[in-house]
Design a protein around this ligand. Structure first.
Ligand code: SME
Length: 160
């Protein structure tokens, strides 16, 4: 496994293009869930200027904090609550341009302004975790982030 990332490009799309194969390789040959998710959180967070990048794992009908990079965060999120619990309940990616305009947004950090949450599914399509990314700037996430982050999350299926 590579011990460092090589990210090239100026635009978000270009950065994702160089990150995607490296992120996939990082998790592909690792079957320990914590090890793989921890390295992936670091890879994503160090590539982009994000406030918080991490995972919540479904445990006993709640989302429980997993590996992440950034400030300390809420440890448990109920089903259907906040952006993370809503993405889990709706089984779809949620892009939130302004967290203050999202009813029920859970503010783990007062610096968070926009957010994207991508469900991680097992082989049967059940949501088993989510990838959550926060930015301290408004409107930082779009369909490009959704497309690449969904591809990265698909590569995590073998961990669940
Ligand atoms: N904002 C999230 C909670 C998790 S933190 O952002 C790390 C939410 O509304 O679900």
């Amino acid at each position: 496994m590579a011990e460092h990332l090589t990210i090239q490009g100026e635009t978000k799309e270009e950065k994702y293009q160089t990150l995607l194969p490296q992120a996939q390789a990082l998790v592909q040959h690792e079957d320990d869930r914590i090890a793989a998710l921890a390295n992936l959180a670091a890879a994503l967070h160090s590539t982009f200027d994000w406030l918080w990048t991490g995972f919540y794992l479904v445990k006993n009908q709640q989302l429980v904090l997993g590996p992440f990079q950034g400030p300390i965060a809420c440890t448990r999120i109920p089903h259907g609550k906040g952006v993370c619990g809503s993405a889990w309940a709706q089984n779809r990616t949620l892009v939130v341009p302004d967290v203050d305009a999202f009813p029920g947004h859970i503010a783990c950090s007062s610096s968070a302004r926009s957010e994207i949450v991508v469900p991680i599914r097992d082989a049967g399509g059940t949501v088993v975790a989510v990838l959550d990314v926060d930015s301290s700037k408004l409107d930082q996430f779009d369909s490009t982030d959704a497309r690449y982050l969904e591809q990265i999350c698909t590569a995590l299926q073998h961990l669940f």
